[in-house]
Design a protein around this ligand. Structure first.
Ligand SMILES: [Zn+2]
Length: 325
């Protein structure tokens, strides 16, 4: 449904000097988000920042979600959000039209009509402190962690604390099986669940994580010496080749093992940090917003059928391995 926006949403604040108290303007919220997730740290190909919205409009309610999809827009409008913050860009490539004849244009129209702005924090949120990678590492209680691919350190005396992914250690060693079960518990439920490549009884202690698609970082994972790598969107050939190589180079243990979760699930834990940090930083100047983290599952996969059990009588299809897992 489309909730009628609060009529005062259309009214700019009467006195810009009073911006500090009460509800902030969108412009102030954008400055705050840009402080938390510096746009200059986004990848060159990325498209982050304010997508739609009037900087002078007041912001009372902020909805945070991974994906700018129709159902999320429905949720934002039904709740009366003045701002939707998403991790993924609605527009990653330049467009020449936002006519409502395309699904992206239609979404922009609906948000603007409902008085809801749209802001994106993508690879800048991945890399930041308390960003996507830190939130995923925290969900697994990884200790002594450092960026998997660090950004340059702020000074020669300081260690880099931002960058792509994180690598750290579990409080105590566990099995790959128990680790994967833990991942399944702490991330939001999805149809896919958690996939594993490796010996379930093997010991794991050091862990690398990358929220979102992480198969381009296998070299960094190998160099880090991590026992297991948690990421998303892993495909047949990269996984097959990494596992073959691990058996040859990774010693008897055959590390790193792989744990694959849906892209959405690996990035979702960050939304809570973003909500908390936005409220905290705005509060320093006396500004207040109400936040909500969307719990809609925006993983696009909607069903999963386990393979049929082996039927010894059947003579169609390739032979199945009937060994018990
Ligand atoms: Zn992503």
């Amino acid at each position: 449904m489309t909730a009628a926006p609060d009529p005062s949403t259309d009214t700019p604040p009467a006195d810009p000097a009073a911006e500090g108290a009460g509800h902030p303007t969108l412009g102030r919220v954008v400055r705050t988000l840009d402080e938390l997730y510096a746009p200059s740290t986004a990848e060159e190909w990325d498209a982050v920042g304010l997508v739609a919205g009037d900087p002078d409009a007041p912001v009372r309610k902020v909805l945070l979600a991974v994906d700018p999809v129709e159902e999320v827009a429905d949720e934002a409008l039904a709740w009366g959000a003045d701002l939707l913050v998403t991790h993924h860009p609605l527009f990653l490539r330049p467009v020449h039209s936002v006519a409502a004849t395309t699904f992206k244009g239609s979404l922009v129209h609906r948000l603007i009509r409902g008085g809801c702005a749209l802001y994106v924090a993508h690879t800048n949120a991945d890399a930041a402190q308390r960003g996507v990678a830190d939130a995923l590492a925290d969900a697994l209680d990884l200790l002594h962690r450092v960026p998997l691919v660090p950004h340059p350190a702020p000074s020669p005396h300081e260690a880099a604390r931002t960058g792509t992914g994180r690598v750290g250690r579990l409080a105590e060693p566990t099995t790959l099986r128990a680790f994967a079960q833990r991942v399944a518990q702490v991330l939001p439920p999805t149809v896919q669940g958690v996939r594993v490549a490796g010996d379930l009884d093997a010991r794991v202690e050091s862990v690398a994580v990358v929220g979102g698609s992480g198969d381009s970082l296998f070299d960094a994972v190998r160099a880090s010496g991590a026992d297991v790598y948690l990421t998303s969107d892993l495909r047949h050939h990269p996984v097959s080749e990494l596992r073959e190589r691990a058996r040859l180079d990774g010693g008897e243990a055959g590390t790193p093992f792989l744990v694959d979760v849906p892209h959405y699930a690996s990035e979702w834990p960050w939304l809570r940090y973003a909500a908390e940090d936005l409220v905290r930083v705005l509060a320093r100047s006396g500004a207040a917003v109400e936040t909500r983290v969307s719990t809609l599952v925006t993983d696009p996969w909607t069903a999963r059928f386990p393979s049929a059990p082996a039927d010894p009588a059947a003579d169609a299809g390739p032979p199945r391995d009937t060994a018990q897992a």
